[in-house]
Design a protein around this ligand. Sequence first.
Ligand code: HMG
Length: 408
Amino acid sequence: MKIGIETISMYVPGYGLDLRELAKARNVDYAKYHQGIGQEFMSVPSPDEDVITMGANAALQALEGVEREAIQTVIFATESGIDQSKAGAIYIHHLLDLPSNCRTVEMKQACCSSTSALHFALATVALKPEQKVLIVASDEARYGLGTAGEPTQGAGAVAMVISAHPKVMEVDVDVGYFTEDVMDFWRPNYLDEALVDGKYSIKVYLNALEQCWNHYQQATGAIFEDFDHFCYHLPFSRMGLKAHLHLARQEKSSLSARELQQQVEPSLHYNRINGNAYTASLYIGLLSLLDQPQLNLEGARVGFFSYGSGCMGAFFGGTVMAGYREGLNSEARIALLRDRRRLSYEEYEEFYTHALPENGHAYRTRRHRTGAFRLAGVENHQRIYERVPVQMAAHSDASTRAYAAAPA
Ligand code: HMG
C-alpha cells in the first residue's frame, strides 16, 4: 500500500516587505540580505491574519476534491499558537465545516512538529487505510525590529491531506532522528518574539543534519546518490545551500556547481521571496520544487531534512507520483505570491507592532486583504473569525459576513 501526500497547498498573507526597504531602514548593505542570507522579500501578516486564518485558507484549497467524511484527524502544527489549552485544529475544523466525528490536536516542537505530524499521519493511515488525515502547518516568524533575525522573518501555512491515495508523493516510513537539549532558539510564554543565538543555531542545525543522516543510513543503507533532489528546513534560503554542502562533505561527494543547482536550488525560490514560516517552511520548499515548470519530477526521489530548534531533526525520503501536477494548484500559488501588496517600511512597522488587547474587551480589526477567512476581532478573551465572501477575498475595504468560529 502506498501512503503519502494526496493534496498539498500553501497560503501566504496578502502583504510583504521588500528587503531593499528593510536594508535602507536598518542602514545595512542589501547584498548582506540578498547574497549573504539569500533573502529578497518577506510576507507580513496584516492585523486580521493569524495562524488560524492562514491555516484555514491553506486547508480550504487542500480539501478541494477530497471527500470530507474521510477526514477523521486534523493535526495543527505551529509554534505561534493562540491558546495554551485549546488546539488550533478545532478552529480550523469549524471554519472548514469538517465532520464532527473527528480527532483534533495541536503539536509543537519548533519547526519540526509538522514533520512529526506527517509521520503520525502515515501511521494512522497504515492502520486505517480508509481514513485521511489533514495536516495544517502555520506560523509567523518574529524576531523583533532591528534584530539580526529580522530579515529572515516571514509567515505562511501549508496544508496536506495524507491518505492511501497519494497523488503528489509517496512518503517513506524510514526516518533518521536526532534530539539534543540545546538553547539555540526558543520563545518563553511571556514573549511575542523568539530569542535566538543565531550563529550557534546554524552549528546545531548542521550537527543535527549529520546525526539524522547517520541514523537514516544505519536504518536504510541509503547513499547520497539515491536522491535526485533535497528539501531542507529553510530559516533562510542560504541555509539550504550550507546544509547541502555540509551533507555532501560528510559523504565525501564533491558537488559541482551544476549538481548543487539541480539538487537544491529549485526548493529555495519560495523561501527567498517569503521568508521563514517555521513549521511550514520545509513544505513550502517542497512546493517550490514541485511547481518548477521546467522539471518533470515523476518518479524523482526527494530527501527531506526537517529541523526544529531546541532541538530535534528528522531525515526521510519520498517519491514523486506520476501525474503529480494534478494534485497541485500551482497557478493559484504563483498568483498569491505575485499579488502580495508591497508595504512601505512605516506600514510594515505598523502591522508588526499591532497587538490584540489583552484585557478581553471587545475589539474589531480593520479589514485588510485576506483569503476566505479573517480574524475579525476579540470578545470576552475569544478570537472571532469571519468567512469573507469569495468576491471580496483579497480586496481591501469590503465588509464581511460574520462567521463565529469561537463561541460568542
Ligand atoms: P548576522 O550575524 O547579522 O549575519 O545574522 P552574518 O554577519 O553572519 O552574515 C550573514 C552572511 O552574510 C555571512 O555569510 C556574511 O559573510 C554575509 P556566511 O558566513 O554565512 O557565508 N555578508 C555579506 N554578503 C554579501 N555582502 C555583504 C555581506 N555582509 C555579510 N555586504 C543569522 C545571520 C542567520 C545568524 C541571523 O539572521 C539570525 O539570527 N537568524 C535567525 C536564526 C536562524 O535563522 N538560524 C538558522 C538555524 S536554526 C533554524 O533553522 C530553526 C528556526 O527556523 C526556528 C525553529 O526551529 O523554530 C530558526
